[in-house]
Design a protein around this ligand. Structure first.
Ligand code: ADP
Length: 519
């Protein structure tokens, strides 16, 4: 059979998606491959098709237990013998599967990376015909990603100890250059055939809302998009429950999903969303991995996630069918503080904490930019060839007028300089405003020449401008829980009047017309 015949006869598709053929042929020709495609780009087929055309049993390593089951069910349905081994199975069930593997009964076997530590499994794998190993979600091997799994480090050890090195095929939806390097290096890929497809999802409309009352926004949005299927991501279980109950009380069909629910409750919630019994899913990021629901028309983020990677992966669950869909992020500065707190709590390794703060900051900059949002996303994934205006994001479409704020920017940059680049944005804003805050007075910051030079703005408005200057690269924040504002190599051009600075008009503070905060 040819690859095309397999595609048609088993999977019922008539053409390959971009990148699939190249990766499939690479594997068939015995090359290591690295497939980098966005979520729902069609990575699974890239290892499923060669597994049918090569002798032996293919191992697929995946961290996603729910995905394993779904894929094995689907493969079995279309007549491809497959199995999975993970912690949800009993010892007895595993024993039967291991025996079947020994007898060569499966074309594909999905395993969780932890299984590679088992001597029995290793022994078995060494004695069967193993044409290639597919490593799904390969970015999990990198410490710099948002999804590091220490058990992925078992993979190279496992492969190295096998009698014959199989072909290694790695797949990921993460395309940042440092993570790609890590994957190649840590998995010991041998001159891999690397295929990166475009991360652009033209049917997705991207929007950021910074100044809205979130509950009102969500309810209005749902009213306007009645009966459409959508996911609302919140960062905590409490928020999921609060918002889920609110929507249910208002008569909307909403399921909720988070890690604190029992397995049965989660399965029930998932099924009722998948089968359109409820149109809305309110969930933490525990929901969605491996979920293949094609008609999700919107993904709202009630809180900012931890990185652009996480955001794009979650938002990317909208519009898998190629139809127009919305991805809206509701931003509030308090959520950023919460995320920083979470990083600080969960990340004892200082290098990884710094990487996490940096990942978060990129997404914060996304929220403050008035440039094309799609451009900002693709830039992150190293794909900046897209023209400046996509005309399908809130920055491009909302007719925002730009207001020049060069003078304000100069005042802020000068103040940061006079404060010796040693303080956070709250204190910088207080100095510019001329606040009588005790801490400020104790530090003697009221004696600076930049003290009180922006009396017509509120501290909040000044902080907003600082965030905008950060997003435009004229200022930088140190990567820590309580970041310090620093000048950058671009600051000089603004201070010397060589470059003008703008912000979108709807973000221009009201009080320019005169109203002043009284102290
Ligand atoms: P990924 O693993 O990259 O997130 P999947 O492999 O789950 O994506 O594929 C996403 C969806 O696209 C699945 O429903 C899959 O069946 C479908 N798909 C994959 N390849 C093709 C193709 N060549 N033609 C049509 N649909 C495809």
């Amino acid at each position: 059979m040819t690859t095309y015949e397999v595609l048609k006869e088993y999977f019922g598709y008539h053409s390959f998606r971009v990148g699939q053929e190249g990766l499939i042929h690479g594997i068939l020709e015995g090359e290591d491959v690295l497939g980098i495609m966005p979520t729902s780009g069609g990575k699974s087929l890239c290892y499923q098709i060669p597994s049918l055309l090569m002798k032996g049993t293919t191992l697929v390593i995946s961290p996603l237990i729910s995905l394993m089951k779904d894929q094995v069910d689907t493969l079995t349905e279309i007549g491809i013998p497959a199995a999975y081994i993970n912690s949800t199975l009993s010892d007895q069930e595993i024993k039967i599967i291991l025996n079947n593997i020994q007898d060569g009964k499966y074309r594909l076997v999905y395993v969780a990376p932890e299984r590679l530590k088992s001597y029995d499994f290793f022994h078995l794998a060494s004695h069967i015909e193993l044409p290639f190993i597919a490593v799904d979600e390969a970015h999990c091997i990198s410490q710099w990603g948002h999804d590091f799994r220490p058990s992925y480090k078992e993979i190279p050890k496992f492969i190295k100890n096998l009698n014959h090195r199989p072909v290694v095929a790695a797949f990921t939806a993460t395309a940042t250059p440092e993570i790609i390097e890590d994957i190649k290096h840590l998995l010991h890929l041998q001159s891999p055939k690397e295929i990166i497809t475009s991360f652009d999802r033209p049917n997705l409309f991207f929007q950021v809302e910074r100044e809205v009352d979130k509950k009102t926004f969500v309810i209005d949005y749902i009213k306007k998009h009645k009966d459409q299927s959508g996911i609302i991501y919140c960062s905590t279980r409490k928020e999921v429950e609060g918002l889920g109950t609110l929507l249910q009380n208002k008569g909307y069909g909403a399921s909720i999903y988070h890690g604190g629910m029992t397995k049965e409750e989660r399965e029930r919630a998932q099924e009722s969303f998948l089968y359109d019994e409820t149109s809305i899913m309110v969930a933490t990021n525990a929901f969605g991995m491996g979920i293949d629901k094609s008609n999700v028309r919107f993904v709202l983020h009630y809180n900012i996630p931890q990185s652009m990677e996480a955001y794009y992966q979650e938002a990317g669950r909208a519009g898998r069918d190629g139809e127009k869909s919305d991805c809206i992020l509701l931003f509030s500065p308090q959520d950023v503080i919460k995320q920083k707190f979470l990083i600080q709590e969960s990340q004892p390794d200082p290098d990884r904490a710094t990487a996490s703060y940096k990942n978060l900051q990129y997404l914060v900059d996304y929220c403050y930019t008035h440039h094309c949002l799609r451009h900002k996303i693709l830039d992150y994934f190293g794909q900046s060839e897209l023209q400046e205006n996509c005309n399908n994001c809130s920055s491009c479409l909302e007719d925002k007028k730009l207001k020049e704020i060069t003078i304000e920017a100069q005042k802020i940059l000068s103040c940061v300089y006079r404060m010796k680049q040693q303080y956070g944005s709250t204190l910088v804003a207080q100095v510019l405003k001329g606040s009588k805050n005790k801490k400020l007075l104790n530090f003697g910051l009221n004696r600076l020449s930049t003290y009180g030079i922006m009396p017509n703005y509120t501290e909040k408005e000044i902080r907003l401008m600082i965030s905008i200057l950060v997003s435009q690269g004229y200022l930088a924040l140190t990567q820590s829980q309580f970041p310090v504002v620093r000048l950058t190599s671009s600051s000089g051009a603004v201070l010397k009047n060589e470059e003008k600075v703008y912000m979108a008009i709807d973000t221009v503070p009201e009080s320019q017309s005169g109203h002043e905060e009284v102290h």
